[in-house]
Design a protein around this ligand. Structure first.
Ligand code: NAP
Length: 319
């Protein structure tokens, strides 16, 4: 608690100003005395551990890949849960058994966050996680653990849309035999990831067409220089597409839509599982359709980890 008060007083809004290249400046941030427990993850969480350690926090990790490379010792889950002031679980959250996502470290048991293991956590400790399950929410509430889900916060989702868009474009480049420059690219949905994908494609010289259900989104497309069309016209729009990027988390690329596509069209579906594509129908029709989960952690883990660290710091500062 002493550590939290100390850090909160030093984390002024000025410590979170953003530079032109998107880096968040943390010059005034001093986390000395804060005990941070990282509960599994991938190279993103490794970056988070580095950032917190660099700001003076004491960091202990459970089941983090390559802990020896960066000097963070592996610890027993129960010990870290009892020790930390601030706990961080991965962006991907936990499954229905409480097991954290993305954690594969040979010889180590993946951390489980359950009513049983959370008993070790002191009341009032903050647990940050991308997204929780109802079971984890209940267990935290019973135990008096302050649960903070950050994946759907605007602050995180907008910044995370950048490595997501770059990952989607990297996939498209790999799966096609043509440039994106000049290609007819459809972007389905114009939310956080859809708008960044459209803008990035536009910058590469692609012929971008956005399909959205909301008239205001279509007006924004128009103002930004993209073609925009109602999602209701999707069947007609797909027939001469080279690449389709889907960001809508409900099945919009149904069989009757897929039937209108050319064989060579590539579909990159970034919506959370099971995606917005009827993948079984796509397979039957011989289409190249790909569900693309976890893109930031694959293509830009260091940037993605910094986004997690900055989001957690900012949310924690405002608790
Ligand atoms: P968002 O800002 O909420 O945008 C979602 C878009 O889908 C909006 O344009 C929304 O339109 C549209 N939409 C939602 N439900 C719809 C429906 N029933 N019919 C038609 N349109 C609908 O979300 P986001 O941050 O861009 O994320 C999009 C998806 O990608 C999510 O599933 C997210 O979990 C996933 N994601 C994946 C990765 C990855 O690495 N693969 C990374 C980040 C996010 P309205 O505004 O009209 O509702």
């Amino acid at each position: 608690m002493v550590a939290r008060l100390l850090c909160t007083s030093r984390l002024s809004p000025a410590a979170h100003s953003m530079t032109a290249d998107g880096e968040v400046e943390r010059v005034a941030t001093d986390l000395t005395g804060l005990k941070v427990g990282i509960l599994g993850g991938d190279r993103r969480e490794l970056e988070v551990a580095s950032v917190f350690h660099g700001l003076g926090a004491e960091v202990r990790a459970v089941c983090l890949p390559w802990p020896d490379d960066v000097g963070f010792v592996s610890n027993r889950l129960e010990d870290v849960l009892a020790w930390a002031d601030l706990l961080l679980a991965p962006v991907g959250g936990v499954d229905k058994f409480g097991q954290v996502s993305y954690t594969i470290v040979e010889g180590q048991e993946p951390p489980r966050l359950t009513a049983e293991t959370l008993r070790h956590v002191a009341q009032g400790t903050s647990l940050f996680i991308g997204q929780a399950t109802s079971g984890l929410r209940e267990a935290c509430s019973e135990q008096g653990v302050r649960l903070v889900e950050f994946r759907e916060t605007e602050e995180f989702a907008w910044r995370n849309a950048i490595p997501t868009a770059e990952g989607a474009l990297e996939m498209a480049l790999r799966l096609t035999d043509h440039t994106l420059h000049g290609a007819r690219c459809l972007v389905l949905g114009f939310g956080r990831t859809g708008s960044v994908i459209a803008r990035t494609l536009h910058g590469l010289g692609a012929r971008v067409e956005v399909l959205a259900r909301d008239g205001i989104d279509l007006a924004r497309c128009y103002a930004l220089g993209f073609a925009g069309e109602s999602l209701a016209d999707l069947r007609g729009a797909v027939s001469d597409a080279d690449v389709v990027f889907n960001t809508i988390p409900v099945v919009v690329l149904r069989e009757d839509v897929l039937q209108r596509m050319r064989r060579g069209t590539v579909i990159i579906d970034i919506a959370s599982a099971p995606g917005g594509t009827d993948f079984a129908a796509a397979r039957r029709l011989g289409l190249s359709a790909h569900l693309a989960p976890g893109l930031p952690g694959i293509t830009a883990p260091r940037t993605a980890g910094r986004i997690v660290a900055d989001t957690v710091l900012s949310l924690w500062q405002n608790l």
